[in-house]
Design a protein around this ligand. Structure first.
Ligand code: ASP
Length: 299
């Protein structure tokens, strides 16, 4: 059994290592005698529920102040599912899994994704994190009352503050006891985001990918990760080379194309690979034989 989870590409010191370690522990328990996808879903749920991370509760609001979330999952038999621009849901990763297991489709977006979740009995939930959104709303309110243009400066500052309190997108890759692989990624998107924007996380082969040779979860500049189909390339390279070598090849492309990104990978052989270009990638991992999960910051 192998588990790797990440907390998104960070530009500063990362202070949510406890959540990543807990996600590893929860996934270990969830995967006992079960498939790799159980580990992915349970780990990502722990991270989505942590308001410090930009997924599920605590997701970044878009420019209208609304939270639109995205998540994707994939297994090594190429089954996959995702949701994009979904609102008012606690755990988008679970809805993504339901799309994979209960529909013929791969991706549901916006109102359609919400209707699907509602029909399956997912409770309506407000994913705004109290602390951060309170500051943002108060500032917005004050700036709106004040007609003098200088107040726009304070409004912008308040938004910067809001952003500073968050870290990134979350993801997990797992290998179960029978050798099955799965990947999952969940996000609130990027900081300055137009309503309706969808990034790489829920898109097969971009932010999330699994195939018979490996499982991959990415974070970083979604548009660039999508443009170059990063997760699929790294996943398929694991047929020939180790997980770390496949990640290194991906990072060479990232360097050449100037893509800010981070990646975690597990190969069919159980090797772990990770890398980051242009930031730090906080992650935690656990492998059979290790006493407890370990945290590391990759740069
Ligand atoms: N890749 C995510 C997106 O573009 C953001 C991130 O990983 O921080 O939506």
């Amino acid at each position: 059994m192998v588990i790797v989870v990440h907390g998104g590409l960070a530009e500063e010191e990362f202070l949510a290592s406890d959540a990543l370690l807990r996600a590893c522990e929860v996934a270990t328990e969830a995967m006992k005698g079960k498939e790799a996808i159980e580990g992915v879903e349970s780990a990502v749920k722990v991270l989505e529920d942590d308001p410090r991370l930009n997924a599920g509760t605590g997701s970044f609001p878009n420019l209208l102040g609304e939270i639109e979330m995205s998540a994707g999952v994939m297994k090594d038999d190429y089954s996959c599912g995702g949701v994009a621009a979904i609102k008012n849901i606690k755990n988008p990763i679970s809805v993504a899994r339901a799309v994979m297991e209960q529909t013929r489709h791969i991706l549901l977006v916006g109102e359609g994704a919400n209707l699907f979740a509602h029909l399956l009995g997912f409770e309506p939930y407000d994913p705004r994190a109290e602390l951060t959104i309170k500051t943002w709303k108060e500032s917005l309110h004050k700036a709106e009352e004040e007609k003098r243009p200088i107040y726009r400066y304070y409004l912008e500052k308040a938004q910067e503050k809001l952003q500073e309190t968050h870290w990134g997108t979350v993801g997990a890759v797992t290998k179960d006891e029978k050798g099955g692989l799965a990947a999952g990624t969940s996000t609130g998107g990027v900081k300055v985001q137009l309503p309706g924007r969808v990034g790489d996380s829920p898109i097969v082969g971009c932010g999330t990918f699994a195939c018979p040779w490996g499982a991959v979860s990415m974070t970083g500049e979604g548009e660039e990760i999508m443009r170059w189909g990063m997760a699929r390339r790294i996943g398929e390279w694991m047929e020939e080379v180790s997980a770390q070598e496949a990640v290194n090849r991906g990072m060479e492309i990232a360097l050449e194309k100037k893509i800010l990104c981070g990646v975690i990978a597990i190969s069919k052989r159980g090797e772990i690979g990770w890398g980051a270009n242009g930031g730090m990638l906080p992650l935690a991992y656990w492998k059979k034989g290790m006493e407890k999960p370990l945290f590391t910051l990759v740069d």
